[in-house]
Ligand binder design. Structure first.
Ligand SMILES: [Zn+2]
Length: 554
């Protein structure tokens, strides 16, 4: 013990993930690292007059949560817009939107998290519906999955697309027989003209849609607005005990905003920003990934990864499947040509970068594993820790390949029908019955010996850690052929901390409460191990510490 600790946390129930000392009561923090772990008496003895003493009151203390799949810019921006989660029907929508309109002087009144059937079961939303909601001002709303925006007539006029317009392939301004737009705008190429006029101009989407900077680059006012909102998003994450984030979209612009926040001491969560390679990009764009890695290489902000998309999502039948969806001849949307993808994997792997690929359907997962396998064949086996994101429908032949190839299973427990957040019964008609036993197969994958990491994909669902902990540890009981995939609380918490530190190659300094490790710590307001599992979502962070600094206190 060199210096007197800055902070001691006493009377806790520590889950350390340190095999040499799995449990303890207290710890001491000095100069941004954990100086000692032990009993309350021992740690109290280390404190000096200037040491802050925090009493954990018998609650759980564990390594700070790392959310290993988020969209920080988008999630932050959505905190600032009207949220329509669980809003149903014309009356409720009208009430919510008019209240928002009274508060906002934006060119387009905007809302997020709208349900596809917000106007009623089986009803398509039209511009005429939204004209009734808000007749005299432009109004538009985003679907929770970010694939669709619905706009009223004023918003379509403002975007110049009331009578249609040119869009890129894959996007559609849905048209009515009378030659006017219905109000439904599918995919970014169709909704961009409206989104451009919203408060954040859709700048938060660029890292996802193009992987390039916004064009034109934002002026100083917009830049400041974006930076402040990301700061609010980081505060929000810290309030849930989060000390680290793996972003899943990226561009230089986002990384620069985080760099500016870091310089002001306001980067409250350590954040990794990937380079996003789109399927239409030439592989020479990977030079930008190398440049990002050179420029962003700190302990709080860094790039070491390339993100790609292999398919869409099951709900809209765009996830890529080996067999056609039931009752159709359609297998989903292959985002990448397999050869192009494999070539990309070999090249990225040869650069020593990690790969994270969105793959939901069984064929998308297979092609992703094929790409990672090809990289090993060509470049030799190295400690690559390549990741597959989501893994919702898995073919039995591919189940053992995660462990065999050393590929990481990156899973969002809250996305499963059993996870309490999305409808429980939406997927049965989109899947064949024999696909269901290995759908969202968390425990089955874990039992093969594969590394399993947990995250939210915020803002697809909220970043709130304990909702996802409950989804994993206390899922809904589902009827046959669904299989029980319940996770133990210990495995769940380890996949949210220790394993997420490992997957970012930080296991020598993060993910454990251990002397010499970075002082990234979450103190909860309950003893999680004593709670009924289905009540876990009621627990919150009482204190969050990142790098020895308090980033949240209830
Ligand atoms: Zn995502």
């Amino acid at each position: 013990m060199a210096a007197t600790p800055d902070l001691v946390i006493l009377n806790g129930r520590l889950i350390t993930f340190d095999e040499a000392r799995p449990q303890a009561q207290a710890l001491a923090i000095s100069g941004g690292t954990i100086a000692a772990v032990g009993s309350t008496e021992e740690m109290r003895g280390l404190a000096g007059p200037a040491t802050r003493v925090f009493d954990a009151q018998g609650c759980t203390v564990l390594p700070g949560f790392i959310d290993s799949h988020v969209h920080l810019f988008g999630g932050s921006v959505e905190l600032d817009y009207l949220n329509l989660y669980e809003v149903q029907g014309l009356d409720a929508l009208t009430q919510a939107v008019r209240a928002e309109a009274a508060r906002s002087d934006d060119a387009v009144v905007f809302a997020v998290q709208a349900a596809y059937d917000i106007m009623g079961p089986g009803r398509q939303t039209t511009r005429q519906d939204l004209d009734r909601v808000l007749p005299d001002r432009p109004f538009a709303m985003f679907a929770a999955d970010h694939h669709t925006i619905w706009a009223n007539t004023r918003a379509l006029e403002l975007g110049g697309i009331l009578h249609g317009g040119e869009t890129e392939a894959g996007s559609e301004i849905v048209m009515a027989p009378d030659g006017t737009a219905t109000g439904e705008l599918r995919e970014p190429g169709a909704y961009k003209p409206v989104l451009r006029h919203t408060r954040y101009g859709g700048r938060d989407m660029e890292g996802l849609v193009t992987g390039a900077n916004p064009s034109p680059m934002p002026g100083p006012d917009d830049r400041a607005r974006d930076r402040e909102q990301i700061a609010a998003g980081l505060r929000h994450c810290a309030s849930h005990g989060i000390t680290g984030l793996h972003n899943m979209d990226g561009n230089f612009y986002t990384a620069e905003l985080l760099e500016e926040l870091d310089a002001e001491g306001r980067l409250l969560c350590r954040t990794e920003i990937p380079f996003h390679l789109k399927s239409a990009d030439p592989l020479d764009r990977l030079e930008e990934a190398a440049e990002m890695r050179r420029r962003f290489a700190g302990e709080r902000l860094w790039t070491n990864r390339v993100k790609m998309f292999m398919d869409g999502v099951v709900e809209s039948r765009t996830a890529l499947m080996i067999r056609p969806y039931p009752g159709t001849d359609h297998i989903g949307d292959p985002v990448f040509e397999p050869d192009h993808y494999t070539e990309a994997c070999v090249r990225i792997d040869a650069m020593g970068l990690q790969i994270a690929t969105h793959a939901i359907g069984d064929l998308a997962i297979r092609r992703t594993l094929d790409g990672y396998e090809a990289a090993r064949r060509v470049n030799g086996i190295r400690d690559s820790r390549h990741r597959v994101e989501h893994i919702e429908v898995l073919h039995p032949d591919d189940l053992p390949r995660f462990a065999e190839l050393g590929v990481v299973a990156s899973i969002q427990p809250g996305h499963a029908p059993r996870g309490h957040i999305f409808p429980a019964h939406g997927l049965d008609e989109v899947l064949h019955p024999d696909q269901i036993p290995l759908a969202f197969a968390w425990q089955t994958i874990r039992e093969t010996g594969a590394r399993v990491c947990f995250s939210t994909d915020w803002p697809v669902i909220q970043v709130d850690v304990m909702d996802s902990v409950r989804a994993a540890a206390a899922p809904l009981e589902m009827p046959v052929p669904w299989v029980d995939q319940r996770q133990s609380l210990t495995d769940t918490l380890r996949s949210y901390t220790f394993d997420n530190a490992w997957v970012e190659f930080s296991e020598d300094r993060k993910g454990q409460l251990k002397e010499g490790y970075l002082a990234d710590v979450a103190v909860m307001d309950h003893d999680l191990e004593a709670m009924a599992p289905d009540r876990l979502n009621t627990a919150r962070a009482a204190l969050t510490v990142m790098g020895g600094s308090v980033t949240w206190e209830a």
